[in-house]
Design a protein around this ligand. Structure first.
Ligand SMILES: NC(=O)c1ccc[n+]([C@@H]2O[C@H](COP(=O)([O-])OP(=O)(O)OC[C@H]3O[C@@H](n4cnc5c(N)ncnc54)[C@H](OP(=O)(O)O)[C@@H]3O)[C@@H](O)[C@H]2O)c1
Length: 172
């Protein structure tokens, strides 16, 4: 069970229903990492994708919501779930291979539930840091001392300007 997000150095991940930067290299990394595997997201994260880019292609999209009618779950590759636990059961049933990955792609409650899950807690997180001081209304989870950080990619400059770096966090 993995998580993936991009944050500012201060931990901001979102503002006004969107991500307050554009780093196409990180979108490519997100896509390569999650394609082929189920992704679990909250309703606002689903809504943050422009309609023409959702569902995210070539992977089961599972949206947690109490209002499934707001999600076009009649589209191929889209499911809704009323809770994180239900989403996880669904994700497991949709795995292409029994030991495949499931990705929690946000937002805040999804990651909190994934971190705290008793039988299948998060053991891996890919965190991109985008070197911008931005205001926001949504923040990344804090990973405590049980997590080990490994630098996956050193600072690089995005074609769109900001520097970014990718770290992998793991815990056993
Ligand atoms: N930088 C990044 O990597 C990144 C990644 C993801 C998202 N974002 C940004 O973060 C923001 C969205 O995140 P968010 O935290 O505000 O919202 P969110 O978690 O995406 O969506 C919240 C909604 O999802 C449902 N939900 C989520 N967790 C649930 C749970 N455990 N049990 C039941 N329902 C649950 C509820 O929907 P109902 O109200 O329908 O019941 C809730 O109102 C946007 O700005 C987005 O662009 C950034």
């Amino acid at each position: 069970m993995g998580a993936i997000w991009a944050q500012s150095p201060q931990g901001v991940i979102g503002k006004d229903g969107t991500i307050p930067w554009h780093v196409p290299e990180d979108l490519r990394f997100f896509s390569i990492t999650t394609t082929g595997n189920p992704v679990i997201m909250g309703r606002r994260t689903w809504e943050s994708f422009p309609p023409k880019f959702r569902p995210l292609p070539a992977r089961p999209n599972i949206v947690v919501t109490s209002r499934p009618e707001t999600v076009a779950s009649d589209q191929e590759n889209v499911w809704t779930a009323a809770s994180y636990a239900e989403a996880l059961d669904l994700a497991r049933s949709l795995l292409a291979e029994p030991d495949g990955d499931i990705w929690a792609i946000g937002g805040t409650r999804i990651w909190a539930d994934a971190l705290a899950h008793e039988t299948l807690p998060l053991t891996r997180a890919f965190v991109t840091t985008v070197d911008l001081a931005v205001d926001g209304d949504t923040v990344a989870p804090r990973l405590d001392d049980s997590w080990q950080r490994r630098e996956l990619a050193d600072w690089a400059e995005s074609s769109k300007g900001p520097r970014f770096r990718v770290d992998e966090y793991t815990r056993s």
